[in-house]
Design a protein around this ligand. Structure first.
Ligand code: GP9
Ligand code: MN
Length: 632
């Protein structure tokens, strides 16, 4: 044993060790090997590309280095003579994680996350698919391990010097502090807002190891630091809600009218209801949809109900009939939950289920969430041919996207195809020079560009409908179109207000936060306009009624068989058939006259609607559908 406080001697030991060629080689092999393989990972899965000297590549590389330095510092403090073995064990463990990440990434286009790991048996690619997913160059992932093993073997002869704990501690803490400081700096300089939309960006900017730390932090916050136990009271709250709901008398209008038919549901990006049946100087903005309305059921008082997950929340609402999360995106917060979703219900009836969206599959955590929601197949940006002339805004234009998606469907079996358009994404700049639609006085404005985008989407839908007819699908497919959310933030909607002739009040704003819901079932010739108030949560029960199946777990209502209409918005405002309650004002106004309501006129609804959000939040937060509930 060396005297613990003999610092001079200890320092000498480190120095001797550093200049010992074998030991120095071990550290070099560890760092160089790891840096190479972690960088290889990012490049091989396509997260990073181009020169390593450019940002974010250099940021990713240097953060990875500091992360490794931190790992080495921890090992150095915790282990004395066994430090080289410990380093090898750490190396092997991280390598296993990396191999799992690479396989998972090549299949699902994102690294493994903890909620996924919790149900790995459901999603892990196995057997044959592993061979297919591996590349010969992946050998890089294990290249330094034989070197480390060989050196370790040599150390058995030369021995490993002991370093007193205080020396190890001081050195380790110093190195760790430098590493953490550097990592924080790199974190602050990266594109942090993007981390909320696409976790792949964490790996792209700060390296795959940092990605896992970020993921663990999010998981711990969500699952360990908060109470997730479904209590008796929670169960009662949920069961009571569904019991009361089933007591509401129901008619059976349109029941089963589209039973056994295919289902195509299209979610339209930023597509608001005011676009329909409207003209600019006599020119129809959406001629194709206007034509479709003549042979569809059109819900003219239909509201979006999205929260922090925007597009993804809309997808969630329509496929699950639950409210999205109170904060953040449900797709990121609850991808490990059990859901009684539309794809699962149709799958049980023998349908193939597809989801199409021509953007990165990791955006909004879609690749992970779609597994929980139960889609068979997710086609994302990489699955589409994207010629330069077809690009609109964020990626492949909707015209080509819709036609290519249609080609990918196996039409020999009944199918559910969920298509999410993208071209009309805010801020519509790519339509600035598009002169297919003359927007008159709005030329050169964001609003004008939006109108052009909407006109483009309408043509895309027109082309798609034509193709459906050509392929004989129009007559055996239930078609559902709806918009995902607003087109403009309130403080950027001056031109829209001018166009609609409305003022800047909260009341008018909410009144116009409508998206279309258009449903065409086979054989429908004479269109109908429904004025019942509803929201995206009602899509699933309405579709289920048309297709003739039950949805006991849906929170929404069948809009074709409900007496009372309402839409609760995620922020707590709500709209009924007769009035609008504005949560940030704490006041309600008559929808037609704008008269301010007395509290007693709406307090009952208020309590009921607040409870509805509470029930949904409890279901999500406690993963209630995982348990047996008394719901029928
Ligand atoms: C991207 C698209 C946009 O995949 O869905 O999402 P948004 O920004 O509208 O939420
Ligand atoms: Mn959107």
């Amino acid at each position: 044993m060396k005297p613990i406080l003999n610092n001079g001697k200890a320092n000498l030991n480190i120095n001797i060790e550093i200049i010992e060629p074998q030991k120095a080689l071990y550290w070099i092999a560890f760092f160089a090997g790891f840096l190479i393989k972690l960088t290889y990972f990012n490049y091989s899965v396509g997260l990073n590309f181009g020169s390593i000297l450019t940002s974010p590549n250099s940021r990713m590389f240097i953060s990875t280095f500091f992360f490794l330095l931190l790992v080495a510092a921890i090992v150095f403090v915790l282990f004395n003579k066994k430090r080289y073995i410990a380093l090898l064990v750490v190396d092997v463990l991280i390598t296993i994680l990396l191999v799992a990440d690479i396989l998972y990434f090549r299949y699902y286009r994102c690294p493994i996350t903890l909620p996924v790991l919790a149900q790995i048996s459901l999603v892990a690619p196995a057997g044959d698919s592993i061979n297919v997913l591996l590349n010969p160059t992946d050998v890089i992932l294990i290249l330094e391990i034989p070197v480390l093993l060989r050196l370790l073997f040599l150390f058995r002869k030369s021995g490993v010097k002991s370093i007193p704990f205080p020396t190890r501690l001081v050195t380790g803490v110093l190195v760790a502090a430098i590493s953490i400081g550097a990592l924080r700096l790199f974190y602050k300089n990266s594109d942090i807002p993007m981390f909320n939309y696409d976790r792949n960006y964490v790996a792209k900017e700060l390296g795959i190891l940092y990605f896992h730390v970020h993921d663990v932090q999010a998981y711990v916050n969500e699952n360990i630091l908060t109470n997730k136990v479904l209590t008796k009271e929670d169960k009662q709250l949920i069961e009571e809600f569904y019991a009361n709901k089933s007591k509401v008398p129901k008619t059976d209008n349109y029941h089963g009218i589209a039973q056994g038919k295919n289902l195509i549901m299209m979610q339209l990006e930023s597509f608001q209801a005011f676009l329909l049946n409207r003209e600019i100087d006599g020119r129809e903005i959406t001629p194709n949809l206007n034509k479709l309305l003549k042979e569809s059921v059109f819900f003219e008082n239909f509201h979006y109900q999205v929260g922090g997950g925007n597009t993804s929340d809309a997808e969630f609402l329509s496929n699950n009939s639950l409210y999205p999360a109170q904060q953040g995106a449900v797709y990121f917060r609850y991808p490990g939950n059990t859901y009684h979703s539309l794809p699962k219900l149709l799958k049980k009836q023998g349908y193939d289920t597809y989801v199409f969206h021509a953007y990165h599959p990791s955006f909004w955590n879609r690749a992970n969430m779609y597994k929980a929601v139960g889609f068979d197949k997710f086609y994302s940006s990489g699955d589409f041919i994207t010629p330069a002339e077809e690009i609109e805004g964020w990626g492949l234009g909707d015209k080509s996207f819709l036609l290519q998606s249609l080609e990918k469907i196996d039409k020999s079996k009944p199918f559910y195809s969920f298509m999410i358009t993208l071209s009309s994404h805010y801020a519509y700049g790519s339509f600035e020079d598009n002169d297919e639609f003359d927007v008159g006085e709005y030329e050169g404005t964001t609003f004008g560009n939006y109108i052009k985008a909407a006109h483009y989407v309408d043509s895309a839908i027109g082309g798609f409908l034509e193709e459906l007819k050509k392929q004989g699908l129009y007559d055996n497919t239930l078609l559902v179109f709806y918009g995902d959310h607003h087109a403009f933030p309130k403080d950027k909607s001056e031109d829209m207000q001018h166009f609609l002739g409305i003022d800047d009040s909260e009341f008018e704003w909410l009144k116009y936060q409508k998206v279309p819901l258009i449903i065409h079932y086979p054989g429908l010739k004479n269109g109908e306009v429904m004025d019942i108030t509803g929201g995206q949560i009602d899509i699933l029960p309405t579709v289920a009624n048309l297709m003739g199946f039950e949805v006991p777990y849906a929170m929404g209502k069948d809009l074709l068989n409900s007496e009372e209409g309402y839409a609760i918005l995620r922020g707590g405002s709500y709209i009924t058939d007769s009035y609008i309650y504005i949560s940030n004002l704490g006041e309600a106004f008559d929808k037609k006259t704008g008269r301010k309501l007395e509290e007693k006129e709406y307090e009952k609804d208020f309590e009921r609607f607040e409870k509805e959000l509470e029930v949904s939040d409890t279901i999500l937060h406690k993963n209630a559908f995982k348990y047996k509930l008394n719901i029928n």
